[in-house]
Design a protein around this ligand. Structure first.
Ligand code: UDP
Ligand code: MG
Length: 335
């Protein structure tokens, strides 16, 4: 807070007088929306229905329209007109799920902030279970997928990925959790400080510490439409997860390089030995030559690729561009 001269004045800490009725805590929902016209109205109805069971809190619903092209924005405005707790943050284009969540977090004022998908794969009732954990003292509560209804391929790759990531990442990223979670005010503030472009929010959350707990739920099928994570985007997110939280691939290169060196040394000894002791058959050595050449060439290409991946990310970071651009923020008042 600053006065008219722009100098910092201390923000008064609200002290609750015991006689006054306490303001109910505010719970913010951060809800990324990308082409969810088939689900969004039903989602809001279910969410509003779920939170109605917990009248002891105030709520705000921050829908982030991530460049939808199917009329989801209009639907969101309709929802906002009928529910004054709704705010619509409209991004100027599609920035991707992780950034949409970030934009929503930046606009959330709640004492607790819940992030969840809007395709009804994250059931709204489960968010109440997250709130219970929060009331019990947890500062970060992640919803872990007990079962999930996605395609076999997605389930299998996700399962394997989370386990590989856990082995190589520098921080312990919880297994089978996506971006359905609750952050208390402090954790949400801290997360806002993570401004890297290649974002893997679940890794950032894991790296923050705090009192973390989890709630297990059964992840439903997407109600309509298709996943916005085709294989290409899944691979990018997976790579962001690994490169953002681990330098294991760089170490792997070193190991491959070392192994290659040892093999080369053996090969050189062999080739020289053949030349010296069996000069009449040395022509057959071309097999060896090919093997070594191909192996070294392959190892180098692989290493360059991994290094390129890190350099690409460094390049994006040093550009220091804004993470997202907001077209406008809309809220309809009751009157
Ligand atoms: N989403 C988004 N921007 C994107 C892709 C997805 O805001 O570029 C939203 C989407 O509307 C949904 C959530 O992020 O609410 C998760 O996306 P999706 O369901 O496609 O991912 P999946 O559940 O298949 O992993
Ligand atoms: Mg989904």
């Amino acid at each position: 807070m600053s006065d008219m001269l722009g100098t910092e004045v201390p923000v008064p800490v609200p002290v609750q007088a015991s006689t006054e009725p306490a303001e109910p805590p505010l719970v913010s929902y951060v809800l990324p929306v990308y082409d969810e016209i088939g689900a969004i109205r039903r989602f809001h109805e279910q969410l509003a229905g779920a939170v109605a069971e917990r009248p002891e809190f105030d709520y705000e619903f921050i829908y982030v329209n991530d460049g939808s092209t199917d009329g989801s924005l209009r639907a969101l405005h309709d929802i906002a007109k009928n529910d004054e707790r709704v705010r619509v943050v409209d991004l100027a284009r599609n920035f991707g799920h992780q950034i949409a969540i970030t934009a929503g977090l930046d606009h959330a004022d709640g004492d607790a902030v819940i992030t969840m998908d809007t395709d009804l794969q994250d059931p709204p009732e489960v968010s109440l279970a997250l709130l219970d954990e929060w009331l019990d003292g947890a500062e970060i509560v992640s919803a872990r997928r007990g079962t999930r209804q996605d395609s076999k391929f997605k389930r299998a790759t996700a399962h394997a990925y989370y386990r590989v990531l856990r082995r190589c990442a520098d921080v312990k990223i919880p297994l089978d959790t996506g971006d359905f979670r609750l952050l208390d005010r402090r954790a949400a503030e801290e997360l806002r400080g993570f401004r890297e472009r290649s974002r893997f929010i679940r890794g950032m959350v894991a790296s923050m510490g705090f009192e973390q707990s989890e709630v297990v739920f059964d992840r439903d099928e997407r109600v309509t439409g298709n996943t916005k994570y085709p294989l290409r985007r899944m691979l990018r997110l997976a790579a962001d997860g690994v490169t953002g939280f681990s330098t294991a691939p760089l170490k792997l290169i070193t190991r491959i390089g070392f192994a290659g060196l040892v093999l080369s040394a053996i090969g050189i000894l062999y080739a020289v030995g053949m030349r010296v002791f069996l000069p009449e058959v040395t022509v057959s050595g071309w097999t060896m030559l090919m093997v070594v050449l191909l192996f070294v060439g392959g190892a180098q290409m692989l290493s360059l690729g991994v290094i390129g991946g890190y350099i690409g990310r460094i390049y994006h970071e040093v550009q220091q561009r804004p993470l997202y651009i907001v077209r406008d923020v809309v809220r309809y008042d009751a009157d």
